[in-house]
Design a protein around this ligand. Structure first.
Ligand code: 3PY
Ligand code: MG
Length: 255
């Protein structure tokens, strides 16, 4: 039940990893996405219906499929960062990291001392990986991936400071919110030239700082472009839309 090599190792090796997005909080759907070939499945507690119980089961289901389990906690819910890792998540995507203070809080929750202030209690996560507690402690700071979502002008403004935070593994661009906040609420245009141009700049700066770069991709063209920009952790495919699209395509076969 161990995803090996780890997501952290894959990203360190500059491999591209595609994550599905799980919002319906049905653990077996996460397993199916992994079995279908996704390298990772992200369980979304911010906009999706996941709670701690479905994350607990979703992590197991995802690992069972051989995919890496990732969690997006609710905004400012740094306690859930530690909890997601305790339950066996390999990465956390923290939404709305808009300042260096937010990034420090993320690292504080994600990493054990001396890098952060994560509290001890990873027993379920260690068990899922077949690790003893001392082995888990020895590898956790390197193997748990903390990604800060960059999705507002404030975050772009603070990007260099955020990227300089020790223990932060990388960033993850949210182009939907970035377009919403850039337009002051006028529109959501994640694939626009302006937003994609900013994403390219964020990827270049993250890579230059030695951090991982991830992004949410709304279209296949965006996903291809993201890879060219240097992003290696790509969210591409929300399970609800995947199901709807497949159902429509199946019915259309009989038209
Ligand atoms: C965004 O695009 O704002 C996201 O958070 C993607 O989930
Ligand atoms: Mg967002």
């Amino acid at each position: 039940m161990t995803a090996a090599p780890s997501l952290a190792a894959r990203l360190r090796a500059d491999e591209t990893v595609i994550t599905a997005w799980s919002t319906l909080a049905v653990p077996i759907l996460a397993e199916l996405l992994g079995r279908a070939g996704y390298g990772a499945v992200t369980l979304d507690m911010q906009h999706g219906a996941h709670d701690v119980a479905t994350v607990r089961e979703g992590i197991v289901a995802t690992r069972l499929s051989g995919a890496h389990a990732v969690v997006r906690p609710p905004v400012d819910d740094f306690a859930t960062v530690s909890r997601a890792f305790d339950l066996g998540a390999e990465a956390v995507i923290m939404p709305m990291v808009n300042s260096v203070e937010d990034a420090l809080a993320l690292v504080g929750a994600a990493k054990y001392p001396p890098v952060g202030a994560r509290s001890w209690g990873p027993h379920r996560g260690a068990m899922l990986q077949g690790m003893t507690a001392p082995d888990y402690l020895a590898s956790a700071n390197a193997e748990t991936v903390a990604l800060a979502m960059i999705e507002t002008p404030a975050a772009i403004e603070a990007l260099d400071e955020i990227l300089a935070v020790d223990g932060l593994d990388g960033i993850f661009v949210g182009p939907g919110d970035l377009s919403l906040t850039l337009s002051d609420g006028a529109s959501v245009t994640p694939s626009s030239e302006k937003v994609q141009g900013m994403a390219a700049d964020v990827a270049a700066r993250a890579r230059a700082a030695g951090k991982f770069a991830g992004i949410f991709c709304n279209t296949t063209a965006d996903a291809r472009a993201a890879r060219e920009m240097g992003f290696r952790f790509l969210a591409h495919g929300v399970e609800m839309s995947l199901l709807m699209d497949a159902a429509r395509a199946k019915l259309a076969e009989l038209d």
